[in-house]
Ligand binder design. Sequence first.
Ligand SMILES: Cc1cc2nc3c(=O)[nH]c(=O)nc-3n(C[C@H](O)[C@H](O)[C@H](O)COP(=O)(O)OP(=O)(O)OC[C@H]3O[C@@H](n4cnc5c(N)ncnc54)[C@H](O)[C@@H]3O)c2cc1C
Length: 443
Amino acid sequence: MTVTVIGAGLAGCEAAWQLAQRGIDVTLCEMKPLKRTPAHTSGDFAELCCSNSLRGAGLENAVGLLKEELRRFGSLILRCADRTAVEAGGALAVDRQGFSALVTEQVRSHPRIRVRAEEVTALPEGEVIVATGPLTSEPMAEAIQALIGPGHDLHFFDAAAPLVSFESVDMDSAFFASRYDKGTPDYINCPLSEEEYRAFHAELTQAQEAEVHGFEDQQVFEGCMPVEVMARRGVDTLRYGPLKPRGLRDPRTGREPYAVVQLRKDNAQGSVYNLVGFQTHLKFPEQKRVFSMIPALREAAFLRYGVMHRNTYLDSPRLLNRYYQLKSEPRVSFAGQMTGVEGYVESAASGFLAGVETARRLLGLQPADFPRETAIGALGLYISDETVRDFQPMNINFGLIPPLDHRVKGKRNKNAELSARSLEIVETMRETVLAGMPEEEPI
Ligand SMILES: Cc1cc2nc3c(=O)[nH]c(=O)nc-3n(C[C@H](O)[C@H](O)[C@H](O)COP(=O)(O)OP(=O)(O)OC[C@H]3O[C@@H](n4cnc5c(N)ncnc54)[C@H](O)[C@@H]3O)c2cc1C
């Protein structure tokens, strides 16, 4: 039995490795160097096309936990990252070329992986893992669209508003209500006085924007207007748009505020909220600086900043199960950014899980079922959570992981305990997940 893995990015390489290490033959198809996406420049696999950082290393960060879980389960991407790490304070950053070269060398020299330089334009027969990334080539995107059928359109552009954790919103400065009290009071409303609104507006119009990459489609950009662009159209434009106060009475004053920012639940548990209408192209530190001027968000923990870039991704909650497998056609799995996980490590984690679960199925084993308490499991459960309606790509964060059953003082301590709980579970799963694998040679 051979599995075809399409795309030798972070997800595809990890998936191919996990399959091969479990004795499954893999054909890994990568279009480089014959054809390149607008953001890829080297001929190597697992190319980091922007930052060279795999983000926080400590276990008080959710991404630190995700990395540690992957490390303990024999992830190729983590082994190569650790081997090529450069000094970066509390983060895991790598020598960009050294990292990609090492992944490429490991993948190419694996006896069970056959590499084919080819742009795949149609879905192959047999077992497949599609990991062609946020910049999937056009013919492949068309083939995926044909596979998933009408009514499940691929997203081609990511225009996401920031996400904040519920527990970081100052509810003394906000109130639950729906406009004109229609339906249930599902929104968190963050009022601004005239003075607060004017100060916020002034900073928003002058805040620094992120670089526009050459491949971004200006037309689509116009179609989903960033909040800062809308603000520049006039001082009151936002008060007639996303900050409209109509029909929202502040229970503390009994009156409509001057302006209101609304937050909408982003997951079923209500631990994560998005800023409604706040798709933005500002630099991340600017988002934190300016959006924290909203009184209820003064101490907000941003779980994800707003982004606008080309991003091909699936409406995964409707299409995939927790193993990243297509529900309607289980021989096909997806992995990486195109499943709606966001970031290098998250992409590798989804490749890991898709590879492990595909191998287990082909070997006649039960799925490993990583629970929600683990970061690997939480990501798979998030992308397949049918209650998430307006699905948007997501970094790993502690909001996706169930809270502790007891109170812990201080966020760092609490996060460290969440990580410790996960790693205890990981230890109980290692024997099952790593069964039959060869001892890893040090690299
Ligand atoms: C411009 C840009 C900047 C980013 N910066 C960051 C960042 O700083 N930090 C971060 O964590 N994340 C960043 N991301 C997100 C990043 O893409 C993902 O984190 C990660 O690279 C995705 O991994 P992947 O394996 O899904 O896709 P990729 O790493 O993109 O790999 C996909 C592979 O598939 C190949 N391919 C595409 N189509 C075909 C085809 N038809 N046939 C064969 N091969 C094909 C591509 O050549 C590529 O090698 C950025 C994304 C973009 C677009």
